[in-house]
Write a protein that binds this ligand. Structure first.
Ligand code: SF4
Ligand code: SF4
Length: 266
């Protein structure tokens, strides 16, 4: 039976050729290159490897070793070393064993590849969904921007209308103020005319008193007040046959004619 000493079967190897592969490292290389990257491959036989930089010096390996003077490569010390400072390098394989292991690796790799393909497929589906979502959102964004532009135009129009309405309102207010001032002027003239119509019938004191408070009445009220004053001083004015009333113009100086001449017929 053909046997080969193999010191490593490396899965998922990406540094020893194109693609992802399983690399079988045989012992027994006779080239002896000075730059050898795997010097443990040079001997044809299995070897005990010792990693000095890992060793903590606990002595466990020595305690458990059944053949300390002549290592049989039983591997017991490698189970007890707490830091993997010891390793048996190399194991004899038949061709079938190598193929069995690499085939198992291949099946594992195929399963991984299938899983990866499923993952890629799921991601591609997710990407399609996201692209559809992005497309929908882009359309919605465009619609929203159009609506926003239309709303902005409406707002601008509304602002313009509001400004125009405010200008009209200000203009109407000015007109109203002007008309009210004119109306007040007319009303005052009307009241002054009413007051003037009583100048000859009421004393100066009464006329002056009503002149001072003329703003408290409208023309009709003022007329009523003055008529009432007139009634108090000359009731006959309101009788069916009013009697002439004589009001002294100034102080009499003497004599009947002189006295009568001072009176005026109202
Ligand atoms: S491999 Fe076995 S015989 Fe060799 S050193 Fe380790 S325990 Fe001892
Ligand atoms: S058991 Fe490991 S750590 Fe301890 S002495 Fe041996 S090689 Fe070193």
């Amino acid at each position: 039976m053909m046997l080969g000493t193999i010191f490593d079967i490396q899965r998922f190897s990406v540094h020893d050729g194109p693609g992802i592969r399983t690399t079988v490292f045989f012992k027994g290389c006779n080239l002896r290159c000075a730059w050898c990257h795997n010097p443990e491959s040079q001997s044809t036989k299995p070897q005990m490897m010792f990693y000095k930089d890992k060793c903590k010096g606990c002595g466990k390996c020595t305690e458990v070793c059944p053949a300390p003077k002549n290592c049989t490569l039983c591997g017991k010390c490698t189970f007890y070393c707490p830091v993997d400072a010891r390793k048996v390098c190399g194991k004899e394989y038949t061709v079938d064993e190598v193929f069995a292991e690499t085939k198992a690796n291949l099946e594992t790799a195929n399963n991984s590849l299938n899983d990866a393909n499923e993952t890629i497929s799921a991601h591609e589906q997710k990407i399609e969904e996201l692209e559809t979502e992005v497309s929908t959102l882009t359309t919605e964004q465009a619609t929203a921007e159009t609506n926003f532009a239309e709303a902005s135009n409406l707002l601008t129009d509304a602002k313009t209308s509001l400004e125009e309405a405010q200008a009209s309102l200000a203009s109407l207010q000015a007109e109203k103020d002007e008309l009210e001032a004119y109306k007040a002027k007319i009303e005052k003239s009307e009241k002054e005319a009413v007051l003037a119509s009583y100048n000859e019938m009421l004393s100066e004191e009464v006329i002056e008193a009503y002149t001072a408070k003329i703003d408290e009445y409208d023309a009709v009220q003022l007329d009523k007040e003055l008529a009432y004053e007139l009634k108090k001083t000359n009731p006959s004015v309101f009788s069916k046959n009013p009697q002439p009333q004589y009001v002294p113009k100034d102080e009499p100086k003497g004599g009947l004619e002189e006295i009568l001449s001072k009176y005026v017929n109202k």
